[in-house]
Structures are given as structure tokens and as C-alpha cells.
Write a protein that binds this ligand. Sequence first.
Ligand code: 2M8
Length: 446
Amino acid sequence: MNDRFSEPKTETDLLKEARRVLQHNLLGAFTKPAPSLYPHQWNWDAGFIALGWAPTNFKQACSEMTALFRGQWSNGMVPQIVFSVKNSGKYFPGYRFWETQGLPGKPRNARTSGLTMPAVHGFVLQRLLEQAPDVREARPFFRRMYDRVLLLHDYLYTLRDPHGEGLAFICHPWESGMDNLPTWETVFETIHFDPEKDVPAYERMDLQHVDAPFRPRKESYDRYIYLVNILRKSHYKKPELWNDYPFKVQEPMFNAILSHSNEAMMELGKWLGKDTGQLREWHEQTNKAINDKLWDEQRGVYVSFDLVQQRQVPVVTAAGLMPLLSGAPDQVRAERLTALLQNPKFSGTAENPAWLCASTALDDPGFDPSRYWRGPVWINMNWMMYHALLRYNQPALAARLRDDSLELVRRHGFWEYYNPWKKQSGGCGTDQFSWTAALVIDWLRQ
Ligand code: 2M8
């Protein structure tokens, strides 16, 4: 926790500081997520970071996307991490641990991990196009990126959706971007492995930068590494690998982001004179499948579906509201979701109020206000939820998400995440966090 700033900040101060954070984390072609904890390029971070550069340095915004897609595999997968050669050895699991080197289909000129992340790229591109200083000059960039993103979506709809349901599965908590949700704990209740025998020796580096109570526990890291080990041992071969693979989850936010990116790509495609029929089909199919398979009527929220156990995972998280982003819920469901956001599960009580929006419901048994993804507020989640609520004509609630986010940053600085309780409020994880800065910039430009 840190309360470095005691003076109230104006929007101009905030903007200046936010730009300074991005500049500080800039590594040339891309911007790292944070000074020490994350010294490489991360997938969805790159998308959010591009939005932060767009108003002042459009070239750098494009460069973030180009650098990330240099890591795209020939099957379309865009990796979770594209490693910086200069920063080798500063993060675990580093490039060597993944054993992706020399694999067929992996790019020759980029070092990558072997997983993917939420496909934010389509909607990021659409927002970049709106800000292009010279649309004609930028056209070749958008044309290239359009093809790349289409290839990524095709990968997700084929290799990650073997039964053509319209829902892509994730094969690792890291793919959700929300690595430490209690949801994964529930999924792992039925995955049995021996940490001594089935997990290779490893040494974490995150705890050199952030205190242990803010980061995942050892049991969670053992699970992460157990899954990576299965993937790397089979050389990331798909789809045969998936037959007995233990972790296959259809997650609502991952699919809502994909679905929303399909819509955004349709707009981009029209502008480029492309046939966008496939994107429309994907968008409609995914929204329908999110409703048919991931809605939990009792809780009034969307939840993950465990494909191995063939059952829903009844854990209430902020990700369960995110189908609002792609327009999936009908009016009745949308009202239940917005009511949930305003009830004690996310808003707290008059005696103990909360900032919006806790990553895990405040009353979930796995909730922890300062541990990574177990409860803290994340600015990228709030930013997506803000846009989702505007889509459903909820300007006041959307404004609350924006105002809470800006207030947290104003009070505490550009942290990775924040304690959701107003009475304990403070920043957690790493400071000088790029997407926090980038999305503050995006909000303040509007
Ligand atoms: C966090 O994840 C990485 C692994 O990918 C880690 O903890 O080492 C997550 O918050 C993820 O969503 C984010 O993209 C990444 C970099 O900011 O950090």
C-alpha cells in the first residue's frame, strides 16, 4: 500500500504523470507493463498501452501492436508474452523455460511464451482508427493488422473451439489475464497432481519486486507451472494435446472480449472494403453461446464453464459482468447485472463501502482485498466495464466506474491494482503500471 500523494491532483497533473509512466516504461518498439516486475511485452497490456500513446504519439501506438504481432504463431495464436532479449533472465518463467525455440509454426525473429490472452486487439484497432491523425497514411498499418487479427480470431474459433460452439476455451489461468481468480481454485479441485513429481523445479522472481501477500500463493504457482510443463512437453501440439488436457475453461470475459472485437473488426473491415460475413457470424454465435451456456440464473451473473467436468463454475467475479461489453445480455439480464454491481457484493454497504469494481465479489470465500485478482480493483476492468455500461445506456453507473478509477489514481498513484474497501484504500502490486497510466490518458482525452 502506498499513499504517496497527499495533495489533490488536477486532471492536467494526472495526465502529465500518466505520460511520464509510459515514457519511463518505454523500451523502444514497445512499452513494458511495469519497471521491474514485468520487463517484457505482454499481450493485452500492449492493446491498452497503445490507447495511452495514441493521442500524443500515434506512431508508438501502432508500434506496440506491430511489435506484439511479430510474435504471432503461424496458426494465428498471439502469445501472452513476447520477450525482450535485453531483459533476459529478469522474469520467471523466462523464454527458455517455455521451450518454444525452434518449434514449427513459431516466429523465427521473436521469443515468445506458448499461451495466449484476451483478444482485445480488434476493439483497440477500432479506437486507434478513430484517433489516426492521417487516416490515409495509416491505412497500410490497419490493413496489415486486420489480416493478423482475423487470423487470431480464426485460431480461437477453430483450435480453441473444437465443437464449433462459438466459445473459445482457455488452457491456463494466465490466458484469462485474471490469473488468480478463485474460479481457478474451484476448477483445480478436480485436477490431481503431485507438486513434488509433476512440477519441475522453478524459482519465482515476482517476490523480489512485490510483497508475498499481494501476489499468488505457492500452490497457485505450482498449478501454473504444472500446466505449462504439460504444454511444453507436448511441444504445444494441438489439437491432439487437448484430448486429455486437464484445464479447459470457457470463460465469460475472454469470450465477451473476443465477441466485441469481432464487432469492431466488422467496422474496420467495412472501411477496408472486406467481406465481414464471417465476423458477423462469429459475433452472433458467441453472444448466443455466452447466454446459452455461461448464464447462472440463480446468481444473476455469467460464470465460467469447465469443459473437462462439463459444469459451470459458480464463482461471482467482475468477469461475469463483462458480456455487457459485446451486447450479449438482453434487457432483463442486463438489469440483473447492473443491480449486482450496485448491491453489497460489489458496492459494499453504507458502513463499509467499496470502490467499483472488485475483481472478485466482496463476499466470495476466496476474496482478498489486496491479493492479485482475488478482490482488488483493476483499472483495465473498470475501463472495459465503463464502455459496457455506456452501451446499455447506464451513464451514471459508467461515470461511477470512471470516477472511482480516477480517484484511486489521484489518491495513490499509478498502481497495478487497488484495495476495493474505501476505509482501507491504497495501491497494491507494482507502482508505475503502464495500463493504469494508459487508460487514465484515454479517459481524460474524452
Ligand atoms: C499478470 O500476469 C503475469 C503472467 O502473465 C504475472 O503475474 O507474471 C496479469 O495481471 C496479466 O493480466 C498481465 O497481463 C500481466 C502483465 O501486466 O501481469
